[in-house]
Design a protein around this ligand. Structure first.
Ligand SMILES: C[S@@+](CC[C@H](N)C(=O)[O-])C[C@H]1O[C@@H](n2cnc3c(N)ncnc32)[C@H](O)[C@@H]1O
Length: 243
């Protein structure tokens, strides 16, 4: 299937996702309060990275301000860092955060679904942090194939994303997520929580782990090793090794 065919039937609105993340301050406050579990995910991801014994290249899709990735990559035998994001505001901040990595870095503004195939190389590690769920199911299906072509032999794809519990419908996930945010994100104003809920309920299309595994297997990855699942059953960090 061609990319144009994949995106033409999509319910995704990339410009609304970009507009939300161009208001980066709200997202930063959500992360700084650890409402999305970056702290635990960072610890688990760091332990996983300890397995990398030689220099590796890292592709960061939906990198945002790259604060999370630059934190876990700092001091490691990195060969290169490439980040792609829709938001120019986030990428402006990313420039500062990746400067200390001390390796060749490349930041690309654009839609990773459209930009990936044009990248000239393959990567030892591809990471997608909290952004795969913005793609429709058909787009994710197509994207897994593209990702497989960009992973080096023996390389891995790591995905940190919301996941539906087995048998859960999107509407019910969004309902329990909105209730959770409204009750427990106490450090934010009512308006800020409402902004986050509006973004999530219009732009998030999470899948079950079994659906992601089916897509991954069809594309030539092994099934996921689930490295982290948060206590409220919203988010998982998954590692898919190239088969
Ligand atoms: C929730 S933030 C995650 C940022 C960072 N990875 C983290 O974990 O903190 C999602 C990021 O993905 C970007 N994004 C969403 N869909 C994208 C797409 N199709 N192409 C490129 N970037 C995308 C957004 O602009 C935003 O910066």
């Amino acid at each position: 299937m061609e990319i144009q065919e994949v995106i033409s039937g999509s319910e995704r609105d990339a410009s609304s996702v970009r507009d939300f993340f161009n208001g980066w301050t709200l997202y930063r406050r959500i992360v700084d309060n650890d409402y999305l579990y970056h702290r635990s995910v960072g610890e688990v991801f760091s332990r996983w990275l300890d397995r990398m014994d030689g220099p590796f290249s890292f592709l960061d899709l939906g990198c945002g301000d790259a604060e999370f990735s630059s934190g876990i990559l700092s001091g490691r035998p990195l060969r290169s860092y490439t980040g792609i994001d829709l938001s120019p505001v986030a990428l402006e901040l990313a420039h500062q955060n990746i400067a200390s990595l001390g390796v060749p870095c490349n930041l690309i503004v654009g839609d990773f679904l459209l930009s990936l195939s044009a990248l000239p190389e393959k990567y030892d590690l591809i990471y997608i942090g909290l952004s795969l769920h913005h793609l429709s199911r058909q787009e994710k299906e197509f994207f897994f194939g593209e990702l497989r072509r960009k992973v080096s032999p023996g390389g891995s794809l790591l995905i940190f994303d919301p996941v539906l519990t087995p048998g859960e419908a999107r509407a019910s996930y969004l309902g329990r997520w909105s209730d959770h945010a409204q009750w427990s994100w106490k450090a934010l104003t009512v308006e800020e929580v409402a902004g986050a809920v509006q973004h999530v309920t219009t732009s998030d299309f999470p899948e079950e782990l079994s659906t992601l595994n089916r897509m991954a297997l069809a594309a030539g990855f092994h099934s996921a090793e689930v490295l982290f699942m948060d206590r409220t059953d919203f988010y998982a960090l998954m590692a898919f090794q190239a088969a």
